[in-house]
Design a protein around this ligand. Structure first.
Ligand SMILES: Nc1nc2c(ncn2[C@@H]2O[C@H](COP(=O)(O)OP(=O)(O)O)[C@@H](O)[C@H]2O)c(=O)[nH]1
Ligand SMILES: [Mg+2]
Length: 243
C-alpha cells in the first residue's frame, strides 16, 4: 500500500500502488521559506503521489515535510541534475512533474502540465518567455538572465530545428518512459537544458504552456550565472558532437 497526499485537506488516502499515475517531485536544498509558503498551495492531483528529493537541507525543510507527511528522499550526490534522476528513479507514476518550491514556480500550473502530458505530449515545459508569461526580470531594464536564456534557446532551436521559447526552465512534466529513454547525464543545473536538446533530437512531442514566474521567497539561488552559462556552453557543444 502507498499513500497519496492531499495537503489542502490534510488528508492522507490509502491507494493501491497501481492507481498512482502522476508523481509530483519537489526539489529542495535549504528551501524552508519557500516550502512553508508554497507547499500549502499544492493542488490535489487525482491518483498522484508527492515526495521531495532533498539535498542536505539543514534549515528545517526536511522536518517540515515530515511533519506534513510528505516523504523525503535524501539525495547523496549534490546537484539539481542528480535530483531529477533520483526523483525519476523513485517515482511510481507514469507522468513526472518536477516542482521547485522557491517561489519562482506557481503550483497552479501543475495540473496544466499534467494535463498536457496526459494528452500526448512527451514533454511539457512551463515557459517564462511566451505570450501570457512573466519572468522575474520583466520589471527590470537590463534583463541579463532572460537574454542569456533566450540566446541559448535560439541556438538550440537553430541547431535542432525546434520552436521552443524556454529550453531551460526546470518547471516541467514528462512521461517517465521518455525521461529514462533520454539517459540524461548532465550535472549541476544543466539537466533541463540537456533534456530539451535530447527531446528535440529524438523528435519528442514538446508542448509549452505559459507560466508566470514569481520572485524567490527566501534564501538565495545557488545557480550562479557565469558558471551555469559556461556549463550550458559545454553541454551544448557536447550534444553537437554526440550527434
Ligand atoms: N534536491 C535538490 N534540489 C536542489 C539542489 N540545488 C538546488 N535545488 C533546488 O532547486 C530549486 C532551484 O534552485 P535555485 O538555486 O533557486 O536555482 P534557480 O531557480 O535556477 O535560480 C530550488 O527549489 C532549490 O532548493 C540540489 O542539489 N538538490
Ligand atoms: Mg528558482
Amino acid at each position: 500500500m502507498v499513500y497519496i497526499f492531499s495537503y489542502k485537506y490534510a488528508r492522507v488516502q490509502k491507494k493501491e500502488k497501481h492507481m498512482i499515475e502522476t508523481s509530483v517531485i519537489i526539489l529542495t536544498r535549504n528551501e524552508i521559506n519557500g516550502v512553508k509558503s508554497v507547499i500549502k498551495n499544492l493542488p490535489s492531483i487525482p491518483n498522484s503521489e508527492c515526495f521531495s528529493v532533498d539535498y542536505e537541507s539543514s534549515d528545517g525543510t526536511v522536518e517540515y515535510f515530515e511533519k506534513h507527511d510528505i516523504p523525503v528522499i535524501h539525495q547523496k550526490k549534490k546537484g539539481r541534475s542528480e535530483a531529477f534522476r533520483i526523483g525519476a528513479q523513485h517515482a511510481k507514476g507514469r507522468y513526472l512533474v518536477f516542482f521547485s518550491p522557491d517561489g519562482n514556480e506557481d503550483p497552479a500550473d501543475i495540473p496544466k502540465l499534467v494535463y498536457t502530458v496526459k494528452n500526448g505530449a512527451d514533454l511539457a515545459i512551463a515557459s517564462r518567455f511566451m505570450k501570457g508569461s512573466r519572468n522575474e526580470e520583466d520589471d527590470r531594464i537590463l534583463k541579463f538572465r532572460k537574454w542569456a536564456n533566450q540566446g541559448f534557446t535560439a541556438l538550440v532551436n537553430f541547431v535542432w530545428r525546434g520552436h521552443l521559447t524556454d529550453s531551460i526552465n526546470g518547471y516541467r512534466a514528462m512521461t517517465k518512459s521518455g525521461f529514462h529513454s533520454l539517459r540524461l547525464d548532465a550535472e549541476g543545473f544543466a539537466v533541463e537544458f540537456q533534456m530539451s536538446i535530447r527531446a528535440l533530437k529524438r523528435r519528442f512531442s514538446i508542448v509549452e504552456i505559459p507560466t508566470r514566474e514569481g520572485d524567490r521567497i527566501g534564501g538565495q539561488s545557488t545557480s550562479y550565472a557565469v558558471p551555469t552559462a559556461l556549463w550550458f556552453c559545454y553541454y551544448f557543444i557536447r550534444e553537437l558532437f554526440l550527434g
